[in-house]
Design a protein around this ligand. Structure first.
Ligand code: PGA
Length: 244
């Protein structure tokens, strides 16, 4: 269960969130829990999470270790700051910041090399779904960004299926729609990495997951968890999602 805080909250807000959130998930051993704040709030989140079960993640990384890349952050820097996870290829990065399959792959390889667990996002846009191209798009994203990994590298990643039309819009995919897409993605994994890898891989659903729809989504055996934006910003709301 991962929270993507996008460009929200200050360091102070981050500390307050954890004070409220940690007691609510202290016994939630059924799930791995991650919070992904903005880069500058990672130290506050790591300090506030302490020895709890909540892992901290970044929302992106650059693939070089270091160098003259003004404004970028590397894997070793995130690792040293205490990150365990990193979101890669979020649709907002694809849409506004020129992310492509090629850069998704580069970032994923760098994350794995530096001991971070990538959460790699895929998902179709509305016009792609409406023109019956969902599977074509998911296949292209998988082939370009994920299939080139070795089996050992693939075992380190979590996939997040996030239909772009459901992100921040209040429109969730129905549990059946999400499960269909997850089944298709798992089939791509099976074809490339084998049945055991497909069964073991975790595929999260993301897109307007809320306390009142998480149960229906999680009732689908194909859905292994959630990547949550808006509803992860408030401690009680994200805790009730974690504890669905
Ligand atoms: P949302 O965002 O839950 O606010 O729709 C999900 C995401 O972008 O990861």
């Amino acid at each position: 269960m991962a929270g993507n805080w996008k460009m929200y909250k200050t360091a102070g807000d981050t500390t307050v969130f954890f004070e409220r959130f940690l007691p609510l998930v202290a016994t939630s051993t059924h799930a791995d829990i991650a919070i992904c704040p903005t880069y500058v709030n990672i130290p506050a989140a790591v300090a506030a999470a302490g020895n709890s079960r909540v892992g901290i993640g970044a929302q992106n990384l650059y693939w070089a270790k270091e160098g003259a890349f003004t404004g970028e952050i590397s894997g070793p820097m995130l690792k040293a700051a205490g990150c365990e996870y990193v979101i890669i290829g979020h649709s907002e990065r694809r849409q506004y910041f020129g992310e492509t399959e090629e850069t998704v792959l580069k970032r994923t390889l760098a994350a794995i090399e530096h001991g971070l667990k990538p959460i790699v996002c895929v998902g179709e846009r509305l016009e792609e779904r409406e023109s019956n191209n969902t599977e074509t798009v998911l296949r292209a994203q998988f082939d370009g960004g994920i299939a080139p990994l070795t089996a050992e590298q693939f075992a380190q990643i979590t996939i997040a299926y996030e239909p772009v039309w459901a992100i921040g819009t209040g429109k969730t995919a129905t549990p059946d729609m999400a499960a269909d897409a997850h089944r298709f993605i798992r089939g791509l994994v099976a074809a490339r990495f084998g049945d055991a890898a497909a069964a073991a891989t975790r595929i999260l659903y993301g897109g307007s997951v809320k306390p009142d729809n998480v149960k229906g989504l999680m009732a689908q055996p194909e859905i292994d968890g959630a990547l949550v934006g808006g509803a992860s910003l408030e401690a009680a709301s994200f805790a009730s999602i974690v504890n669905f």
